[in-house]
Structures are given as C-alpha cells and as structure tokens.
Ligand binder design. Structure first.
Ligand code: GLC
Ligand code: CA
Length: 570
C-alpha cells in the first residue's frame, strides 16, 4: 500500500513527554493489576460471602484473562462495619474469609500462575473493636494508650461540643464522645469515616512501629506489596483547625472533601511515613510495591506520593473522574504522563473500583454530574442508558489499556457489569447510606457478587445460591461462561486487549498525538495507532490492519463511542 494511505492521520503532532517506564525493569511499571473484592468474588463455603478459598479456586480465570497481579481488598479480622476497611486485627484473616492457611494457599496458587499478590493496608484508622482502641478507652484521658488515637476534650462549657467542625466522609460528625470509666461523658475521638473507624495518631512513634510490623508480617508471608488506603489522610495539621467555612452554595460536607484545602488531607509530614515504608520494602527481594489511594489533585500533587523514595504507584483518580469528552481525555492523559514522569514514576490508569459507580453505568449517565462515589439507586434522577454506557465503557477500556504505564481493573468490569441500581434499602450495607439516612446511595451497587455461570445457583458465585447482595436475574446473560468464546463479548475484548497489550509492549509505549478532529482521541504508541471516536460522526480508518475494535466497525469507518487499535500500513 502506498504511503499516502496514512494521510488521514498525518504526521504525529507532538510526542507527549518523556517515556514513563523503563522497559524490562520493575514489573509494576507496566503491570495490569486486577482488584479482587473478596466478599463478592467467589464463595467456596456457600454462606453468601466470598472467601479466600473461593478466590484460590477461581484464580486460573484471572491468569487466562491476562493480568499480571491481583490486589485484594481487606480480608483481615474485622466487624465489617465498612466491609473490612475497619480492621480489628491486621495480622489475621477474618473467619468470614478463611484462615491464614487459606491466604498462604491463595498466594501460592497465584504465584504458580505468575500472578503477584497485593494486599490492602488500612493505616488511617482501625476498627473500634481493635484491642488498641479498647485499651485506649480503658486507659482514660492523658494515657499513652489514648495518644495512639486522636482523642480531644470537647468544646463548650462541659465539653459537650465536638473539638472542631470536621464532618465524616460518610456523613455526620467526625467526632464521637466516649463515656469514661466512671460513667461520665468524656473525651471525643476523631473518625474521618464511620464512628467505628477511629483515626490513628500518626504523630506517635508507637503507631509507626506497629505498622512496620504489619508490613513485615505480610511481606514475610509472600505478599508482593500493598495498596495503601486513604494514603493522603494519615497526618492531621497540628491544633486540628476548623475546616474553612463552606463557600456560597457549598455544603460543609463538600467543603470537607477539598483535597488541597483541608487540614487532614495531604499534610506534608505524611510523606515521611512512606519513606519509612519504602525502606522496609527495600529490605525484601522481589520488587515489592506500595500503591497509594490518595484522592489528591492536581496530578502534580498526587505525583508527590510516588517520588523515588516513597511509593511506587498512585491511583490516577483524575483519569477516573474525567468525563467522556475528547479534549478532556487528551489533557488528562498528557498531564498524567507528565506529572508522574516528572518524578520518574509510571502513570497509572483506572476506570472502576469498589468505591465508585461502575464505568459501564457511569459513562451512560446523561448528566454525568453525580460524584462517582455517591452511587445510583431507585430514586436517582439520572439513570444510566445501559446500552450507551456499555459501548462507551468498552471504548474507554480499550483506550485505557493502550496507554503507557500500569492499569487497574476492578472485578466484573471484564464482563461489562453495570452498577446494580435496584437494591432495596434493607439490603444496602454501605455505612454512607445509613449515615446519610439514605440520601447518598453509596457503593453497594458496584459490589454485587460476580456471575460466573449462567445456569448455576448464584450464577456460580457459590453452590448454595446465597448472596450477600442479590444478583439481578438478567446477569445470566452476561455470566462469564456465557461470554467465553464469543468474539463480540466484553470478556473476549478484555482478553484480546490484554494479550495484545503484552505482545506489543504498549505499557512501555509513549503517546504521540494525531489530529483527527477535536472529538477524536488519536495517537501512535509504538507500532500501533489508537483511535477513540467520541464524536457523533464516523471517522474514516487509515489503511492498516485492525488489531482490536471495541465495537462493530462500519466498513472502514469507526463509529461513535468506539476505539480501534490499528497497525498502519507503512
Ligand atoms: C478507602 C476505601 C473505602 C473505605 C475508606 C475508609 O477510600 O477504598 O472503601 O470505605 O477508605 O477506609
Ligand atoms: Ca464464604
């Protein structure tokens, strides 16, 4: 074919910044990491809640999918008030999920299959049932035990007012008053999340020592790294000053969430913690990693978590929050590669997780105004167009998996699972729902147990049919076995994309933009041209071999909401 067949694309306009990754080194720079949400993945003992033995039994399907690692949300001892993000023993498995032996078997099987295992570390707070918090309650005001947490005297004449105006992220006040041993109302303790999740005092060396031990416990057990929960929140500004008054039209809750202006997010001292942990991990072989869950903006700020001597990766929530809009996507891709590249880290990419509306539904919202973590429920005004949402989700994933760096997948997105909207109030478990009196639906809709087999009880989630959240009947059509081998299925699209990504080393690529119009995201990475059409009209494909298409093509035309990977004719 003559060269001019490439002319619709034209010469690369501009190469986006430095390469983010160093080929061949440090597996995590280009890895695809699959998030397992243990309570909803697979349930071996049939009690309706997923468990470690269930995971072990199903790991081969993740190896077949083509991911490099799994990250497991918490399976530690916990009263489960926040689905395990309220830990009462960091060094044991909750009986709900199994035993430490089950963990070892799961880890062994994963490693046999070539999958690394990342565990979830929750250092901002523990469960109020943790013995450390119980000791703090018993020891009383002024004790060393209380100093491990954030206890303060109340304001007001008799200490009846909370120490400051902070609100819980889940709704309601961020302070709870305790009753002292003599029966009188006493001090208050801080909980940025649920009242059963007391915040640690990270200005106390004792806390640092305990967490080093916890890291070593899991590293010794063969964990390949940690996803670090609320990694922007550990340090609070001295004096715990009030949050600035909300601006006109803003609620206090909204004012509380501003990642850069509040005295409990992104305090500079937090970085010392990660430098310390970096040194702990460096004592171990095998390229172990730390990944920050830090909801911090802008990206240049988030990049501070992944400087050379800190963590290895940080979730790219700016990417997750970007609406389905071509100029905005181009900008966030550029900014991500630049910001993380500036500190020598790979960019990461993510579209879904256990805290946000699944992207197959989110991208089908007409307004796209809902905060991703607020959830969608029966009474929500904006309900997704599911057909549109899935088409866009497939295009969005195909775009994401072509990008240089590392990508995170959330269990079920490879099946194109939508958010479950029709959940009765009484089955909802997210503390957000209860703490806001149902005003915010919260995150249960993205946590419904996975459908594995179309014709089995609980769609193969277990053998008994029990399921802690009900699965929609129509999920039989999108169960994993119903999609296997069907080239048009979302599962096969993910498999093909992951296989090609590995084969073509797209994780090591770079982004050289191509101008195909404002509504088209198009670039060259290595030998591949990637085109995502977000415009209304079709985009003519240049000559070349189509390697991957997120949806049906119209001859040589890329329809709206479709991504193509093309090997251009040279
Ligand atoms: C993180 C977790 C979320 C949890 C919260 C409190 O944001 O991802 O699920 O509720 O921290 O631990
Ligand atoms: Ca179970």
């Amino acid at each position: 074919m003559p060269n001019e067949t490439l002319s619709p694309i034209g010469a690369p306009e501009r190469v986006s910044h430095a390469r983010a990754s160093q080929p061949g080194k440090e597996w995590w720079r280009t890895a695809v990491i699959y998030q397992i949400y243990p309570r909803s993945f697979a349930d071996a003992n049939g009690d309706g809640i997923g468990d470690l033995a269930g995971i072990t039994a199903r790991l081969d399907s993740l190896a077949a999918l083509g991911v490099d690692a799994v990250w497991l949300s918490p399976f530690f001892r916990s009263p489960q008030n926040d689905a395990g993000y309220d830990v009462s023993d960091y060094c044991d498995v909750d009986p709900l999920f199994g035993t430490l032996d089950d963990f070892d078997r799961m880890r062994e099987r994963a490693h046999e299959l070539g999958l690394r295992v990342i565990v979830d570390l929750v250092p901002n707070h523990c469960s109020s049932e943790h013995v450390w918090f119980q000791e703090a309650l018993a020891a009383g005001p002024g004790s060393a035990e209380r100093d491990r947490f954030m206890f303060r005297e109340g304001r007001g004449e008799n200490g009846e007012l909370p120490p400051n105006n902070w609100q819980s992220i889940f709704g309601g006040p961020a302070w709870t008053r305790v009753t002292e041993a003599d029966g009188t109302p006493g001090q208050w303790y801080l909980h940025l999340f649920d009242s059963t999740q007391p915040d640690f005092n990270w200005k106390n060396e004792w806390v640092w020592e305990r967490f080093r031990e916890i890291l070593r416990f899991w590293l010794d057990r063969g964990a390949d790294g940690f996803r670090v929960d609320v990694a922007h929140g550990l340090m609070k500004a001295d004096g715990l000053p009030d949050v600035p008054e909300p601006e006109e039209g803003e609620s206090l809750a909204e004012a509380m969430m501003k990642p850069d202006e509040v005295p409990y997010w992104a305090q500079p001292e937090v970085h010392e913690v990660y430098r310390d942990w970096h040194r702990v991990l460096a004592e171990y072989d095998g390229d172990r990693v730390l990944c920050a869950e830090a909801w911090v903006e802008p990206l240049s700020r988030a990049a501070l978590w992944v400087r050379d001597d800190e963590m290895h990766q940080a979730f790219n929530f700016s990417y997750l929050s970007t609406p389905w809009n071509a100029p905005k996507l181009r900008t966030v891709i550029d900014e991500s590669i630049a910001a993380f590249g500036d500190v020598g880290a790979p960019s990461t990419w993510v579209l879904s997780n256990h805290d946000v509306v699944r992207h197959a539904s989110r991208l089908g919202l007409t307004v796209h105004a809902a905060a991703p973590a607020s959830g969608i429920g029966p009474a929500s005004e904006d309900k997704p167009d599911e057909v549109l949402g899935l088409r866009r989700a497939r295009a969005a994933t195909a775009l994401m998996l072509s990008l240089p760096g590392s990508a995170y997948l959330y269990q079920g997105e490879e099946l194109g699972l939508p958010e479950v909207i029709e959940l009765d109030d009484h089955v909802r478990e997210d503390p957000t729902f209860h703490r806001t009196n149902g005003e915010v639906y919260g995150r249960d809709g993205c946590r419904v147990p996975l459908p594995w087999e179309a014709d089995a009880p609980a769609f193969g989630f277990n053998a008994t049919g029990a399921s802690w959240l009900p699965q929609p009947a129509e999920w039989s059509a999108i169960a994993r076995d119903a999609q296997e081998g069907d080239p048009a299925s979302t599962l096969e699209l993910y498999r093909r994309a992951l296989a090609l990504r590995a084969e073509l080393r797209l994780g090591e690529g770079s982004v050289a933009w191509i101008d195909l119009g404002d509504d088209v995201v198009a670039f060259r990475t290595g030998e591949v041209v990637v085109i995502t059409n977000l415009g209304d009209g079709a985009v003519e494909l240049p000559a070349g071999e189509v390697l991957l298409a997120s949806g049906p093509l119209d001859g040589r035309a890329v329809p709206t909401d479709t991504t193509v990977w093309l090997r251009p004719t040279s």
